[in-house]
Design a protein around this ligand. Sequence first.
Ligand SMILES: [Zn+2]
Ligand SMILES: [Zn+2]
Length: 261
Amino acid sequence: MKFSPLYSGSSGNCSVVSSGNTHILVDAGMTGKAITSALSDVDIDPCSISAIVVTHEHSDHIKGVGVMSRKYDIPVYANEGTWKAMAPLVGNISMKNIRTFVTGQNFYIGSFDLTPFRISHDAAEPVGFKFFEKGSKLVYMTDTGCVSEALRETASDADLLFLESNHDVDMLKNGSYPYQLKMRILSKKGHLSNDAAGDLLAKLFLSGMRRVILAHLSHENNTESVAYNTVRGILNKNGIPEKDFFLKVAHRDRVTGVFEI
Ligand SMILES: [Zn+2]
Ligand SMILES: [Zn+2]
Protein backbone atom coordinates (compact mmCIF):
# COMPACT_ATOMS: atom_id res chain seq x y z
CA MET A 1 0.00 0.00 0.00
CA LYS A 2 0.96 3.62 -0.42
CA PHE A 3 0.29 6.40 2.04
CA SER A 4 0.42 10.10 1.17
CA PRO A 5 -0.30 12.81 3.72
CA LEU A 6 -1.69 15.70 1.64
CA TYR A 7 -2.33 18.16 4.47
CA SER A 8 -1.86 17.61 8.18
CA GLY A 9 -2.31 20.16 10.94
CA SER A 10 -4.80 22.10 12.99
CA SER A 11 -5.87 24.03 9.89
CA GLY A 12 -6.78 21.02 7.77
CA ASN A 13 -6.30 17.29 7.41
CA CYS A 14 -6.46 14.98 4.42
CA SER A 15 -4.41 11.90 3.52
CA VAL A 16 -4.75 9.23 0.87
CA VAL A 17 -4.15 5.50 1.27
CA SER A 18 -3.83 3.60 -2.00
CA SER A 19 -3.35 0.17 -3.46
CA GLY A 20 -3.98 -0.68 -7.10
CA ASN A 21 -7.24 1.01 -8.12
CA THR A 22 -8.39 1.64 -4.56
CA HIS A 23 -7.76 5.13 -3.18
CA ILE A 24 -9.16 6.04 0.22
CA LEU A 25 -9.16 9.57 1.59
CA VAL A 26 -8.78 9.79 5.35
CA ASP A 27 -10.72 12.96 6.20
CA ALA A 28 -11.26 15.82 3.78
CA GLY A 29 -10.57 18.83 5.98
CA MET A 30 -9.51 21.30 3.29
CA THR A 31 -11.47 22.91 0.47
CA GLY A 32 -12.36 20.68 -2.47
CA LYS A 33 -10.04 22.77 -4.63
CA ALA A 34 -7.04 22.31 -2.29
CA ILE A 35 -7.65 18.55 -2.02
CA THR A 36 -7.98 18.16 -5.79
CA SER A 37 -4.76 20.07 -6.35
CA ALA A 38 -2.83 17.96 -3.79
CA LEU A 39 -4.22 14.78 -5.36
CA SER A 40 -2.84 15.84 -8.71
CA ASP A 41 0.58 16.29 -7.03
CA VAL A 42 0.50 12.56 -6.18
CA ASP A 43 -0.96 11.63 -9.59
CA ILE A 44 -4.39 10.58 -8.38
CA ASP A 45 -7.48 11.50 -10.35
CA PRO A 46 -10.20 12.62 -7.89
CA CYS A 47 -12.72 10.62 -9.98
CA SER A 48 -10.87 7.46 -8.93
CA ILE A 49 -11.29 8.04 -5.17
CA SER A 50 -13.09 4.99 -3.74
CA ALA A 51 -14.15 6.42 -0.38
CA ILE A 52 -13.71 9.09 2.25
CA VAL A 53 -13.37 7.73 5.79
CA VAL A 54 -13.98 10.32 8.50
CA THR A 55 -12.30 10.39 11.92
CA HIS A 56 -14.55 13.02 13.55
CA GLU A 57 -16.67 16.08 12.79
CA HIS A 58 -14.26 18.94 13.60
CA SER A 59 -14.00 21.30 10.65
CA ASP A 60 -10.28 20.66 10.10
CA HIS A 61 -11.36 17.11 9.14
CA ILE A 62 -14.60 17.61 7.22
CA LYS A 63 -14.44 21.00 5.45
CA GLY A 64 -14.28 19.36 2.00
CA VAL A 65 -16.29 16.18 2.65
CA GLY A 66 -19.57 17.43 1.15
CA VAL A 67 -17.99 19.07 -1.88
CA MET A 68 -15.77 16.08 -2.72
CA SER A 69 -18.59 13.58 -2.29
CA ARG A 70 -21.04 15.59 -4.46
CA LYS A 71 -18.56 16.53 -7.16
CA TYR A 72 -16.93 13.12 -7.60
CA ASP A 73 -19.75 10.86 -6.34
CA ILE A 74 -17.65 9.47 -3.46
CA PRO A 75 -19.10 7.32 -0.64
CA VAL A 76 -18.48 8.75 2.84
CA TYR A 77 -17.88 6.39 5.77
CA ALA A 78 -18.31 7.48 9.39
CA ASN A 79 -19.75 6.03 12.59
CA GLU A 80 -23.22 6.95 13.81
CA GLY A 81 -22.04 9.55 16.34
CA THR A 82 -19.94 11.35 13.75
CA TRP A 83 -22.72 11.21 11.14
CA LYS A 84 -25.18 12.84 13.56
CA ALA A 85 -22.72 15.63 14.39
CA MET A 86 -21.42 16.04 10.84
CA ALA A 87 -24.64 15.87 8.81
CA PRO A 88 -25.70 19.50 9.40
CA LEU A 89 -22.19 20.71 8.51
CA VAL A 90 -21.50 19.01 5.17
CA GLY A 91 -24.63 19.78 3.14
CA ASN A 92 -26.57 17.26 1.15
CA ILE A 93 -24.92 13.91 0.55
CA SER A 94 -26.62 11.41 -1.72
CA MET A 95 -28.24 8.52 0.21
CA LYS A 96 -26.20 5.91 -1.61
CA ASN A 97 -22.99 7.63 -0.49
CA ILE A 98 -23.87 7.63 3.22
CA ARG A 99 -22.07 4.64 4.72
CA THR A 100 -21.84 3.77 8.39
CA PHE A 101 -19.24 1.75 10.25
CA VAL A 102 -19.23 0.63 13.86
CA THR A 103 -16.31 1.70 16.06
CA GLY A 104 -14.21 -1.35 16.86
CA GLN A 105 -15.61 -3.46 13.99
CA ASN A 106 -13.58 -3.94 10.85
CA PHE A 107 -14.98 -3.31 7.38
CA TYR A 108 -13.70 -3.57 3.83
CA ILE A 109 -13.06 -1.10 1.02
CA GLY A 110 -11.49 -2.64 -2.09
CA SER A 111 -8.51 -4.69 -0.97
CA PHE A 112 -8.32 -2.90 2.40
CA ASP A 113 -9.42 -4.21 5.76
CA LEU A 114 -10.04 -1.17 8.01
CA THR A 115 -10.60 -1.12 11.73
CA PRO A 116 -11.83 2.13 13.30
CA PHE A 117 -10.71 2.46 16.92
CA ARG A 118 -11.76 4.91 19.62
CA ILE A 119 -9.45 7.82 20.46
CA SER A 120 -9.61 10.34 23.30
CA HIS A 121 -10.88 13.63 21.88
CA ASP A 122 -13.68 16.13 22.47
CA ALA A 123 -15.86 15.12 19.54
CA ALA A 124 -19.02 12.97 19.28
CA GLU A 125 -17.40 9.59 18.52
CA PRO A 126 -13.82 10.19 17.33
CA VAL A 127 -11.74 7.38 15.85
CA GLY A 128 -8.39 6.51 14.36
CA PHE A 129 -7.98 3.85 11.66
CA LYS A 130 -5.94 0.71 11.22
CA PHE A 131 -5.45 -0.21 7.54
CA PHE A 132 -4.50 -3.79 6.70
CA GLU A 133 -3.57 -4.81 3.20
CA LYS A 134 -1.47 -7.74 1.96
CA GLY A 135 0.10 -8.26 5.37
CA SER A 136 1.03 -4.60 5.87
CA LYS A 137 -0.40 -2.34 8.52
CA LEU A 138 -0.79 1.44 8.67
CA VAL A 139 -2.10 3.05 11.84
CA TYR A 140 -3.60 6.55 11.62
CA MET A 141 -3.78 8.14 15.07
CA THR A 142 -4.28 11.89 15.46
CA ASP A 143 -6.53 14.09 17.62
CA THR A 144 -6.08 12.15 20.81
CA GLY A 145 -5.37 13.90 24.12
CA CYS A 146 -3.81 10.79 25.58
CA VAL A 147 -2.78 7.30 24.57
CA SER A 148 -4.30 4.50 26.61
CA GLU A 149 -2.77 1.06 26.86
CA ALA A 150 -5.30 -0.16 24.29
CA LEU A 151 -4.21 2.54 21.83
CA ARG A 152 -0.56 1.71 22.44
CA GLU A 153 -1.34 -1.91 21.71
CA THR A 154 -3.10 -0.91 18.46
CA ALA A 155 -0.02 1.02 17.31
CA SER A 156 2.55 -1.50 18.49
CA ASP A 157 2.91 -3.58 15.33
CA ALA A 158 2.29 -0.87 12.74
CA ASP A 159 4.61 -0.91 9.74
CA LEU A 160 3.98 2.83 9.62
CA LEU A 161 2.40 4.96 12.32
CA PHE A 162 0.90 8.37 11.53
CA LEU A 163 0.95 9.92 14.98
CA GLU A 164 -0.19 13.27 16.31
CA SER A 165 2.57 15.51 17.66
CA ASN A 166 0.43 18.61 18.05
CA HIS A 167 2.23 21.07 20.28
CA ASP A 168 5.21 22.00 22.34
CA VAL A 169 3.82 22.33 25.86
CA ASP A 170 5.87 25.46 26.68
CA MET A 171 5.02 27.19 23.42
CA LEU A 172 1.35 26.49 24.10
CA LYS A 173 1.46 27.63 27.74
CA ASN A 174 3.36 30.84 26.88
CA GLY A 175 1.47 31.49 23.64
CA SER A 176 -1.42 33.76 22.82
CA TYR A 177 -4.31 31.26 22.97
CA PRO A 178 -7.08 32.07 25.45
CA TYR A 179 -6.85 30.17 28.73
CA GLN A 180 -9.89 27.95 27.98
CA LEU A 181 -8.45 26.86 24.66
CA LYS A 182 -5.07 26.08 26.23
CA MET A 183 -6.81 23.92 28.82
CA ARG A 184 -8.83 22.16 26.11
CA ILE A 185 -5.73 21.30 24.09
CA LEU A 186 -3.80 20.12 27.16
CA SER A 187 -6.67 17.98 28.46
CA LYS A 188 -6.95 14.21 28.05
CA LYS A 189 -9.54 14.85 25.34
CA GLY A 190 -7.46 17.42 23.50
CA HIS A 191 -4.28 16.94 21.49
CA LEU A 192 -1.07 14.97 21.95
CA SER A 193 2.09 16.97 22.75
CA ASN A 194 5.53 16.41 21.23
CA ASP A 195 6.73 15.03 24.58
CA ALA A 196 3.84 12.57 24.84
CA ALA A 197 4.45 11.43 21.26
CA GLY A 198 8.16 10.92 22.00
CA ASP A 199 7.48 8.95 25.19
CA LEU A 200 4.99 6.74 23.36
CA LEU A 201 7.44 6.07 20.51
CA ALA A 202 10.21 5.11 22.93
CA LYS A 203 7.84 2.47 24.34
CA LEU A 204 6.66 1.33 20.90
CA PHE A 205 10.27 0.85 19.80
CA LEU A 206 10.52 -1.94 22.37
CA SER A 207 7.65 -3.76 20.67
CA GLY A 208 9.34 -3.46 17.27
CA MET A 209 7.71 -0.34 15.81
CA ARG A 210 10.27 1.41 13.60
CA ARG A 211 8.56 3.98 11.30
CA VAL A 212 6.59 7.06 12.21
CA ILE A 213 5.36 10.26 10.63
CA LEU A 214 4.56 13.00 13.14
CA ALA A 215 1.28 14.67 12.27
CA HIS A 216 -1.35 17.31 13.06
CA LEU A 217 1.15 19.98 14.12
CA SER A 218 -0.26 23.19 15.54
CA HIS A 219 0.46 26.32 13.51
CA GLU A 220 0.85 28.50 16.60
CA ASN A 221 2.38 26.15 19.13
CA ASN A 222 4.80 23.97 17.18
CA THR A 223 7.15 23.89 14.23
CA GLU A 224 8.43 20.97 12.21
CA SER A 225 11.92 21.32 13.68
CA VAL A 226 10.68 21.65 17.28
CA ALA A 227 8.53 18.50 16.89
CA TYR A 228 11.31 16.56 15.18
CA ASN A 229 14.03 17.58 17.65
CA THR A 230 11.88 16.97 20.72
CA VAL A 231 10.92 13.47 19.62
CA ARG A 232 14.41 12.63 18.36
CA GLY A 233 15.80 13.88 21.68
CA ILE A 234 13.52 11.55 23.65
CA LEU A 235 14.45 8.61 21.41
CA ASN A 236 18.16 9.39 21.85
CA LYS A 237 17.74 9.59 25.61
CA ASN A 238 16.23 6.12 25.46
CA GLY A 239 19.25 4.79 23.58
CA ILE A 240 17.47 4.51 20.21
CA PRO A 241 19.93 5.45 17.44
CA GLU A 242 18.80 7.54 14.46
CA LYS A 243 19.55 4.81 11.94
CA ASP A 244 17.17 2.41 13.73
CA PHE A 245 14.10 4.63 13.66
CA PHE A 246 12.50 6.30 10.63
CA LEU A 247 11.13 9.66 11.73
CA LYS A 248 9.44 12.20 9.49
CA VAL A 249 7.21 15.21 10.07
CA ALA A 250 4.10 15.78 7.94
CA HIS A 251 3.78 19.20 6.35
CA ARG A 252 0.77 21.27 7.31
CA ASP A 253 0.18 22.91 3.96
CA ARG A 254 1.43 20.56 1.23
CA VAL A 255 2.07 16.96 0.29
CA THR A 256 4.67 15.32 2.54
CA GLY A 257 5.50 12.47 0.18
CA VAL A 258 4.40 9.03 -0.95
CA PHE A 259 5.34 6.31 1.52
CA GLU A 260 5.41 2.64 0.54
CA ILE A 261 4.29 0.30 3.28
ZN1 LIG B 1 -7.93 17.94 14.13
ZN1 LIG C 1 -10.41 17.41 16.37
